[in-house]
Design a protein. Structure first.
Lengths: 228, 228
DNA sequence: TGGGTGAAAAGTATATAAATTATGTCCTAA
DNA sequence: TTAGGACATAATTTATATACTTTTCACCCA
């Protein structure tokens, strides 16, 4: 099971297993609400208990893991309400970060956006089974959205955006949008790029909002999965 | 130096030392940028290295501590720019949370606000030296602001607000506002309470903004310490 | 059925060992 | 003489193994 990821130079086992755990939670390999016993994780990742605990505590602060004193750890549960809350917060935070980015707009920003968009549109979104999202697309997608906000100077907002992204990505992976919707994403991303290149801040914010929250109809039903 | 705080039933040493560390960082006992060697902390708090590391990693996710692989931990540094960023983010997040709270306004909310305000206004802000803020006021102040937002249902925004509060409180403690400014706080808080009781959302948001960011003159100089 | 008991499982903390980073000295070369 | 680099040593961080505590759960008895 364990990916072949290798411990990089200068990194600690704790950081390595932190990345692995976050990844497995976000991709849904570790299920929401699932109990995370140290013994099973120790075996799964082939590391000692100490780095494991350290990684789990780190994840608990970003709410991907729930830690309870004397009772161990479990994957954070999911719910339609929590999903709606995450998406709403993400919309607010990313809008703020985008407006912040517009204040420092320059050609480098445009360049990063164009490069990330180029990669994104040339990366397949669905795996051969048509139901799961590929890892490559997931990475390209994240890089694209980070490029969009990369001119922003507010490290605090960017840190929050980062946290929220993991949660949003988890919901997306747990319930991937239908293929038809997936194809609409291309034009949504493209429109966003064009609005930014044209320095149309209001348009860009509006498009980002729609992109995150989906259309009005979907917003009313928090159980539905809006596009990403 | 160590407070007489005692380990509660059901709590772990790790959680206890986490609270102590956060407290010592926020109150400025542990200085910004200061190196946190495990040996010195082990001695200071009289706990083993394992719970210490777990606590430090938790604090690193909320950016109060910087953790670097193989190089240990240090207290997060401060700067006028970071301070301005924290205050701006706090203003944004708390405004969003306040608007969220207004959606669920009810008499219980009013009651919590009145009770918290009553305690706050009857708690001394400055210690006998006139230069440091008392612990009691700090707690009452935090409780008051949490009461203001307590009707909000967005757990995500409230979580961010919580993180930001610690950072803001640290800056406040590192450079306490002058006594004259401190006395103006009473009326600022009171006006906020009145606006909420009157269900005047726009007024409340405006007052909260001014409360967090201070007056226009102070905003121009990020080195200045606006009121809280 | 319901509650207590005890064994097993799981979490927590310490001490120890291993690996990495930082420090300081000495030597060489300009 | 001094700047720079290599080496050895000390300090520190990281990881493991082990001991200890708490929780969980199945079982038994009332």
């Amino acid at each position: 099971m364990a990916a072949t990821a290798v411990l990089e130079e200068g990194k600690t086992l704790g950081s390595w297993v932190y990345d692995r755990l976050r990844d497995d939670i976000v991709t849904g390999v570790l299920k929401p609400g699932q109990r995370l016993t140290l013994d099973s994780l120790k075996e799964r990742y082939a590391v000692g208990i100490t780095p494991l605990r350290e990684a789990l505590y780190r994840l608990s602060t970003s709410l991907l893991v729930i830690a309870e004193d004397q009772r161990g750890f479990r994957v954070a549960p999911v719910s339609p309400e929590h999903r709606a809350d995450i998406m709403a917060a993400r919309h607010h935070i990313e809008t703020l970060a985008l407006r912040n980015a517009f204040q420092y707009a320059d050609l480098d920003w445009d360049g990063r956006i164009l490069a990330a968009f180029h990669r994104l549109k040339n990366t397949a979104m669905y795996a051969s089974d048509d139901a799961t999202i590929t890892r490559e697309w997931e990475i390209a997608h994240r890089d694209f959205h980070q490029a969009i906000l990369s001119a922003a100077k507010s490290t605090t907002l960017l840190h929050f955006q980062n946290m929220l992204w993991d949660h949003a990505a988890r919901y997306r992976n747990l319930n991937p949008p239908p293929r038809i919707k997936g194809e609409a994403l291309y034009s949504e991303h493209e429109a966003l790029v064009n609005a930014i290149l044209a320095r149309d801040e209001e348009m860009a914010c509006m498009l980002l909002r729609r992109h995150i929250l989906g259309t009005a109809g979907q917003m009313l039903d928090p159980a539905k999965t809006p596009a990403e």
